[in-house]
Design a protein around this ligand. Structure first.
Ligand SMILES: [Zn+2]
Length: 432
């Protein structure tokens, strides 16, 4: 244990002063510290944890390397500086976790609830995008689990901590991950953590965020005492999705899994499909067949685009941008216009946006950049669609006349107007 006022040196010679103890975990303790006049967090390893690692020097070198390479995206509470070895242990500095963020177990226990479906989707989008960026840098995270993610239930903002296990893909850090979140091939001892096992663990977390149950813990999980042999079956040799459409033997229990039952029936078909794919026998056995981060981003952005607010306050899941009925107050909701993309349409209501990843392939960093947004025109309630890219669009107006739309310019919502962004032509259609 470190004491208030203790001083520790970083590897580059700066001084850290311990201010107060924050928390203790299995690997070490976390302290609030003063680092160059700023308040930061210090994770300080327990000697017992480092002694259990097969190569503590390599573990240190890997974190140092991560510090030097810098944070891949703002979601990661990334190591900012590493300390010198002191008394056979060491630590690293990171930003303090701001208030208003809660870990996933708090959501699973219903201590904390998301404000809206949009907040859930935003959290999922941020997690998936962060991992796409991390993987694009050649890293794998290697230990995705419910304790490493802190989420703001109102905005859906995400912070990912414990980045000391992040390493170049297929480089071992001595950490296997947390039971219940491991890919089957790790449970069976066939491989060590890598990008494809990250992808599997990520899908588990996404299912939990929507349904608040673990996707492999259906009736079979409830049936017997959870012995190591049963665990190996459930998560390794015979995994079965709680919502598997063909084999219901691990299906949901009406009491223990009522969240899953309730949410699943509301999800759009393409969301059900991607979960079914992610937890199919094909994905369990062939890691390369798992939905990619881009596959997830495409369905999640589509889902987000299809949600509108009813005047009663309910979020309504529209279909193909059409007029629809609120399932809470029963009123019909008129959606005057929709935007037709390549394979589906979304409602064109205030604040609707089209993300870069909805157009097709895109760089990891650009995926969630809005390329078009529905906004009200200055000093009026009339809606238009704004060019949010930094380049001109080719548009064709409702009379068939070609027109250029400058960056930042807004065009009216009128039946028949088309505009082309990158290679996709989007059409404005009036809902009759
Ligand atoms: Zn309503």
């Amino acid at each position: 244990m470190l004491a208030t006022g203790d001083k520790i040196k970083t590897s580059s010679g700066d001084k850290i002063t311990i201010k107060e103890f924050i928390a203790e975990g299995g690997q070490g303790e976390v302290y609030k510290v003063d680092y160059n006049g700023r308040e930061k967090a210090l994770k300080w390893y327990k000697k017992s944890f480092l002694n259990n690692n097969s190569d503590p020097k390599a573990f240190y070198a890997n974190i140092k390397h991560n510090v030097e390479n810098g944070q891949p995206s703002k979601e990661f509470l990334w190591p900012l500086e590493i300390t010198e070895w002191q008394d056979d242990t060491f630590g690293y500095i990171m930003d303090l976790r701001p208030s208003g963020y809660y870990d996933i177990t708090e959501y699973m226990l219903c201590h904390i609830r998301f404000k809206s479906y949009r907040a859930i989707i935003d959290a999922c989008l941020k997690i998936v995008s962060a991992f796409r960026i991390l993987h694009s840098h050649g890293y794998s995270y290697q230990d995705l689990n419910d304790g490493n993610f802190f989420i703001d239930p109102i905005k859906g903002d995400v912070l990912i901590c414990d980045n000391d296990n992040v390493a170049p893909d297929k480089v071992e850090t001595g950490i296997l991950g947390k039971p219940r979140y491991l890919a089957p091939e790790i449970v069976l001892g066939k491989v060590k953590p890598n990008m494809l096992t990250d992808r599997f663990s990520m899908a588990i977390l996404l299912y939990i965020l929507f349904c608040l149950n673990h996707p492999l813990e259906g009736k079979k999980y409830l049936a017997d005492a959870l012995t190591p042999a049963l665990q190996e079956k459930l998560y390794g040799s015979e995994p079965l999705f709680i919502m598997d459409p063909n084999d219901k033997s691990n299906g949901p229990d009406s009491v223990a899994h009522k969240n899953s039952i309730m949410v699943w029936k509301c999800l759009p078909d393409y969301m059900k499909e991607i979960f079914i794919n992610a937890f199919s026998q094909n994905s369990f056995k062939n890691p390369h067949n798992r939905p990619t981060e881009l596959d997830w981003l495409k369905v999640l952005t589509r889902f987000r685009s299809e949600i509108i607010d009813c005047l009663c306050g309910n979020e309504v899941f529209t279909q193909n941008g059409n007029n629809c009925k609120c399932d809470c107050c029963g009123k019909m909701i008129k959606i005057p216009f929709k935007l037709e993309l390549k394979s589906y349409a979304i409602p064109a209501v205030q604040n609707s946006r089209i993300y870069k990843c909805q157009l097709g392939t895109c760089d990891a960093k650009d995926a969630l950049n809005p390329i078009a947004g529905v906004v009200s025109k200055k000093d009026s309630n009339i809606l238009g669609i704004r060019n949010k890219t930094d380049r001109k669009w080719n548009a064709i107006n409702s009379k068939g006349v070609p027109k250029k739309v400058d960056a930042g310019e807004t065009i009216p919502l009128k039946d028949g107007i088309t505009f082309t962004v990158d290679d996709m032509t989007i059409k404005i259609i009036e809902n009759k």
